[in-house]
Design a protein around this ligand. Structure first.
Ligand code: XMP
Length: 182
């Protein structure tokens, strides 16, 4: 049976330290005059967003609004596709705001590309930057990189820190690889 490997891939302390340095990078690039909208892609990102906005605040960035989109994509098996379905739309107007689009994992890139090129393309916003906690570059099928990446990892299926396997293990404070139980 599959279970989270007891040895963390990324410890809670490693994640916290990286969130802190990511927030510093993001803060350096923001225009202090334009309001910031953090837009998370649910569901896996909710823990990351919670830590990121507090880390941004410690860097002197007051996030004006936080909003979320729930998006599903029709794919085969565990691979997403570019055909996304917006299950929950944002309720904030992004016009005149610096949008920080936050996702948990950049895998094939299909989801983030569709959000950027289709969903957000028809809307007005001040600027757009993308931020992901984890990147699996070896899985990429479309040309896309995030502006801010927490950690690059190998092609593992990971859980914890908001990420799930069949809705389980989101509560783990660290990130672990799902593997066969010994
Ligand atoms: P794409 O392929 O469109 O998909 O970049 C990104 C989404 O796929 C999910 N995903 C994972 N979820 N552990 C998870 O819990 C993983 O290892 C994993 N890899 C991809 C995730 O929802 C991400 O937003």
């Amino acid at each position: 049976m599959l279970a989270p490997n007891p040895t963390p891939l990324l410890s809670h302390d490693q994640i916290q330290e990286r969130v802190r340095s990511l927030a510093a990078e993001i803060a350096r690039d923001l225009d202090p005059e334009m309001p910031v909208l953090v837009l998370g892609l649910l569901r896996g990102c909710f823990v990351f967003v919670a830590d990121l906005i507090r880390a941004l605040s410690r860097e002197g960035v007051q996030v004006r609004e936080v909003d979320f989109i729930i998006v599903s994509s029709y794919g085969s098996g565990t691979t997403s596709s570019g055909n996304i379905n917006i299950e929950r739309d944002m309720s904030t107007d992004p016009a005149g705001k610096q949008v920080l689009l936050v996702d948990d994992i950049l895998d094939t890139g299909n989801t983030l590309k569709a959000i950027r090129d289709t969903y957000l393309a028809g809307r007005e916003f001040g600027s757009l930057k993308t931020c992901v906690l984890l990147d699996k570059p070896s899985r990429r099928t479309v040309e896309l990189n995030a502006d801010y990446v927490g950690f690059s990892i190998e092609d593992y299926f990971v859980v914890g820190y908001g990420l799930d396997y069949d809705q389980k293990h989101r509560e783990l404070p660290h990130i672990a690889v799902m593997s066969e139980e010994e």
